[in-house]
Design a protein around this ligand. Structure first.
Ligand code: HEM
Length: 426
C-alpha cells in the first residue's frame, strides 16, 4: 500500500481489530471487535429492527431496501501505482467498516473515543450517539476499474469486465461536467439521518487514504421514488409525485426480469448484482414555476394533486394512452414524460429508480442550483440507454439539463465473513 496512513487508520489497524477472524477479519458481531464497544458508543440501532439493514446478503442493501430520506453519493478513482492487492484490501476494509456502520457502530472497535489518546481516532465521531438510521452502503465498480482510460489493465481485471459496462454514450442535450461524471468506484450511502450518511462517506473516504481518492460526490435529500408498497409516493422539485410506477421490492418477477443480473447473464461474478446509472439532472425550477398548472400536467402526463394519469382514475390507475377528449386529442400527450417512459412504448423495458432531490446552493444569477440526482438500477446498461434515447423528445427536456453521468457494475451482496466483490477476484 503506497504512502501508509497519515490518518492513523491503517488497513492493519482496521483489520487487526478482528485478527484471527478470517482472511480479511470481516466477521462482525459477537467478536472482540464489536463487543469492545466503546464506552461512549453509538446508540446501537435499538430503535427497532426496521432501522437496521444487514450489510451481508444475496444482494447489496440500498437497492430494493426501503428508500431512505437522505443520500450521500461518492465516486472514487484508484490512485496511481496501486496494485491488485491494494484494491482487494480496500474492498475488505470498506466492507468491514460498512458492516459495522450499518449496524449503528463506529468503523472499528476502538472507534471515535476508545483508542490511544495519543493517536487520531479510527472513527471521526460525528455519528456518536446516533442510531443506524436505516443506513445502507452500496458499492459499485466503474468501467475504468477494469480498463483504465489509457487502455491499461492495472488490476488484471480486463478479462472480467462485463462487455456492456462502458461509459454511457452521449445523449442529445447532454452538458456533462467531468467533475461530476464517471469514476473507478462508487459508494451510495442512504440513511434517514443525513449526518449518518455523511459520516459513512467521510469515513470510507478516510479509510481509502493512499489507495483511492474522492473524485466527486453528491448530497441528496427527499427521496424521489419508493421501493416498497408501504411507502408513500414522494414528490420531486417540480412538485409532482415521483415513483408511482417504480419496481417494488415485493415484485420479485419484475426484479428478476429487469434489475438483477441472472446466472445466465455474463459475467458469472456479477450474478445477483445489477448496474447503477447516476445522472445529475439540473432542473430549471424558476422557469418551471412560471408555467401554468395544466401545461405542467401535460408535460408530465399525470395530475399534480394525486399523480393520477391524465386519462383519469387515481394514482395507481393504469394510464390509458388511447383515451382522447371530444376534439380527438389524446388525454396523455404523446410527448409527455410518462408516455415516453412507459414500458408499453419501450418494448416492456423497466428500471428501478432510486433518485434524490438536490440543491447545491445557488447560481450566479441568483437561482437555486437544484435538480434531481437520478439513480437507477437495471439488469443491463442497455435498458437505461434505450429509455434515455426515447426521452430525447420528452416535453420535460425544456426544463432539465443532464450535467453529470456515471455507470457502475454493482456486485452481488457479500457473504458474511467475506467482502463485497470477492467473486471478481476469486
Ligand atoms: C429531472 C428529471 C426527471 C423528472 C423530474 C422525472 C419525473 C417523473 C415523474 C413525475 C414520473 C411519474 C410518476 C412515476 O411513475 O414515477 C416519472 C416516471 C418515470 N420516469 Fe422520470 N423523471 C425524470 C427523469 C427520468 C429519466 C432520466 C428517466 C430514465 C431514462 C426516467 C424514467 C422514468 C420512468 C421509467 C417512469 C415510469 C413510467 C411508467 O411506467 O409510467 N425519468 N418521472
Amino acid at each position: 500500500m503506497p504512502g501508509g496512513s497519515g490518518t492513523g487508520l491503517s488497513r492493519r489497524g482496521l483489520l487487526g481489530l478482528a485478527a484471527g477472524v478470517g482472511a480479511a477479519g470481516l466477521a462482525l458481531g459477537a467478536g472482540a471487535g464489536a463487543a469492545a464497544g466503546v464506552a461512549v458508543g453509538r446508540a446501537r440501532a435499538s430503535e427497532g429492527a426496521a432501522s437496521v439493514h444487514e450489510f451481508f446478503g444475496a444482494h447489496q442493501a440500498g437497492i430494493t431496501t426501503p428508500v431512505q430520506d437522505h443520500l450521500h453519493f461518492a465516486s472514487f478513482d484508484m490512485m496511481a501505482r496501486t496494485s491488485r492487492d491494494d484494491l482487494v484490501e480496500l474492498l475488505q476494509d470498506w466492507s468491514y467498516a460498512a458492516s459495522r456502520m450499518t449496524q449503528g457502530l463506529d468503523v472499528s472497535a476502538t472507534g471515535a473515543v476508545g483508542g490511544d489518546p495519543e493517536a487520531p481516532p479510527d472513527d471521526t465521531g460525528e455519528a456518536l450517539g446516533l442510531p443506524a438510521s436505516a443506513l445502507t452502503i452500496t458499492f459499485g465498480f466503474g468501467p475504468t476499474l477494469f480498463v483504465a482510460s489509457d487502455g491499461t489493465d492495472r488490476y488484471g481485471l480486463a478479462a472480467q469486465r462485463p462487455t456492456t459496462l462502458e461509459r454511457l454514450p452521449s445523449f442529445l442535450g447532454d452538458d456533462l461536467l467531468p467533475g461530476m461524471s464517471d469514476g473507478d468506484l462508487c459508494i451510495q450511502a442512504c440513511a434517514d439521518d443525513p449526518q449518518v450518511a455523511v459520516h459513512a462517506i467521510r469515513n470510507l473516504s478516510r479509510i481509502a487514504f493512499g489507495r483511492a481518492r474522492l473524485r466527486w460526490s453528491q448530497l441528496g435529500f427527499g427521496r424521489t421514488s419508493k421501493t416498497t408498497t408501504g411507502q408513500a409516493t414522494p414528490r420531486n422539485l417540480f412538485g409532482f409525485k415521483d415513483g408511482t410506477a417504480n419496481i417494488l421490492a415485493d415484485d420479485t418477477a419484475a426484479l428478476d426480469a429487469h434489475v438483477w443480473v441472472a446466472d445466465s447473464d455474463e459475467p458469472a461474478w456479477l450474478a445477483g448484482g445489477s448496474y447503477l446509472v447516476a445522472r445529475k439532472i439540473a432542473m430549471r425550477i424558476e422557469t418551471w414555476d412560471r408555467v401554468r398548472l395544466s401545461e405542467q400536467e401535460r408535460i408530465v402526463g399525470r395530475d399534480k394533486a394525486h399523480g393520477a394519469p391524465l386519462s383519469g382514475g387515481v394514482e395507481q390507475t393504469t394510464p390509458d394512452f388511447e383515451a382522447t377528449d371530444a376534439a380527438g386529442s389524446p388525454d396523455i400527450d404523446v410527448r409527455s414524460h410518462v408516455r415516453l417512459a412507459h414500458p408499453e412504448f419501450n418494448d416492456g423495458n423497466r428500471i428501478l429508480r432510486r433518485g434524490y432531490n438536490y440543491v447545491d446552493g445557488n447560481t450566479d444569477l441568483g437561482q437555486l442550483d437544484a435538480g434531481l440526482f437520478f439513480l437507477s438500477y437495471q439488469r443491463t446498461p442497455d435498458q437505461f440507454v434505450a429509455l434515455q434515447r426515447t426521452l430525447s423528445t420528452d416535453l420535460m427536456n425544456e426544463y432539465t439539463q443532464h450535467i453529470g453521468s456515471g455507470i457502475w457494475a454493482i456486485p452481488p451482496g457479500a457473504r458474511a465473513g467475506s467482502y463485497v466483490g470477492a467473486p471478481l477476484f476469486a
